[in-house]
Design a protein around this ligand. Structure first.
Ligand code: HEC
Length: 407
């Protein structure tokens, strides 16, 4: 067992997350937020005096999710503001400092201290049916954090490396099975990032929102952050309401789609990943079962260095690099178009481009992606990505086209 433990005092003093060894707790903690709209007149513009403020519960010291510093209110707080503004309401904040998820929800939301909580985990057994949920707003969980030149596409990329894992976290359990990966136990995501900065580990496999926030605010954005997926590694989050607030929940659901670009931008602002994951849990199984022959396509693409799963015909007339394109896609486009372009809503299902546009597919792609369709909620990307990057995205999208029934 190559588990070493970084002494706490060698590292930056861990802050509030230190005691939160478990993902759900952390998420809940983070989730208890919301905002002082009244302090920010711009946000209150358009509010209807006759409607009561939307009451949000928030932890005053939990960035990137919420804080009582009006200069950086936090991701969930700002989402709460955006929702309230769409509903023509102001926001009032009930500050609540808590370390215990379910108890906090009981003492705030379910005790009618607030109307909504942004960022509750949309998981089967989370306080239902007392708590009801909006549509998902994002996915949160654990991520691999490492230098931008590293390949971080699956568990095998961690072979031989020193990997920081949080004490009693899903990543720690997952990697416990691997003798070829050196685990370094840390007590918080902050410690994991510090270990990375100090060169004590090669990779940190830690809670993604805090990793993203620290990468942005104190590490000069020098790391890549790759979300992972699997049991206990990634879950959807939503806005939670008390059961009796069904009407408010429906109102919020009705405005959420139009807020998608804004919410996406807020995730970017706070450095919090909301993109698609590496299929990490599955990759583990594929690895364990010795032959990779039957791996699902996504795992094959993620885990193998050799050949992406796509047909030679498509690859041949593709100029871009589909693997690089997939990364951009999953990092940015997936928030709306679905991880790996898997999207049930047909209108934004990009696997249907070929069927929909046939020979005009490429032209439609460039026009839409360059200029966006702002009125429809599709942002313009020409100032965000180079044409080379977008060509890679196009190559990737070509590799996932639904060809059944047409060509
Ligand atoms: C904030 C949400 C959002 C993000 C992020 C986003 N899109 Fe879109 N996209 C949309 C919506 C909504 C539409 C549908 C517009 C419409 O109804 O015409 C769309 C349409 C498209 C279309 C045209 C689909 C068609 O069938 O006509 C393409 C191509 C596309 N997006 C590519 C991308 C790419 C590539 C990225 C990432 C660089 C991206 N989108 C990121 C929301 C988004």
């Amino acid at each position: 067992m190559s588990v070493s433990c970084i002494a706490r005092n060698e590292l930056r003093t861990p802050s509030r997350n230190m005691r939160l060894d478990r993902a759900i707790r952390t998420v809940l903690l983070s989730a208890l937020l919301m905002a002082p709209a009244l302090m920010v007149p711009a946000l209150a513009a358009g509010a209807d005096e006759t409607k009561p403020p939307l009451r949000l519960c928030a932890d005053p010291t939990n960035l990137p999710f919420s804080s009582d510093d009006p200069a950086k209110p936090g991701l969930y707080l700002e989402i709460g503001h955006a929702v309230a503004q769409k509903l023509g309401r102001t926001v009032s904040t009930n500050w609540y400092k808590s370390y215990f998820g379910k108890r906090t929800v009981r003492e705030t939301l379910l005790s009618k201290q607030c109307d909504a909580m942004v960022g509750l985990p949309l998981i089967d057994d989370f306080m239902g049916p007392a708590v009801i949920f909006s549509k998902p707003i994002a996915h949160e969980g654990y991520a691999l954090v490492g230098g931008k030149d590293r390949k971080l596409a699956g568990i095998d990329d961690l072979k031989g490396l020193r990997v920081a894992v949080q004490y009693q976290s899903t990543p720690q359990n997952l990697l416990a099975l691997r003798d070829d990966i050196q685990k370094v136990t840390v007590l918080s995501p902050e410690e994991g990032m510090a270990a990375l900065d100090q060169g004590k580990v090669d990779i940190a496999f830690i809670w993604a929102p805090v990793a993203g926030w620290l990468n942005k605010t104190s590490s000069g954005d020098k790391y890549q952050i790759v979300s992972t997926e699997g049991d206990g590694l990634l879950w959807a989050t939503a806005i939670g309401f008390a059961k009796a607030s069904g009407a408010l929940r429906d109102e919020v659901d009705a405005v959420l789609p139009s807020l998608a670009p804004e919410i996406s931008a807020l995730f970017a602002k706070y450095g919090v990943p909301d993109g698609a994951p590496v299929k990490f849990g599955q990759a583990t199984q594929a690895t364990a079962s010795s032959t990779g022959a039957a791996e699902p396509a996504t795992v094959g693409q993620a885990a193998s260095t050799e050949k992406p799963v796509q047909t030679a015909a498509i690859a041949a007339d593709t100029k871009g690099d589909a693997t690089a394109g997939r990364e951009v896609f999953n990092g940015t486009c997936a928030h709306c178009h679905g991880p790996d372009a898997v999207q049930a809503e047909r209108k934004i299902d990009l696997r249907l481009l070929k069927k929909r546009y046939a020979d005009d597919m490429e032209q439609t792609f460039w026009k839409t992606v360059h200029d966006g369709r702002p009125a429809k909620g599709m942002p313009a990307w020409k100032d965000v990505f180079s044409d080379d990057e977008l060509r890679n995205v196009y190559a990737y999208l070509q590799s996932v086209q639904d060809t059944g029934g047409s060509d």
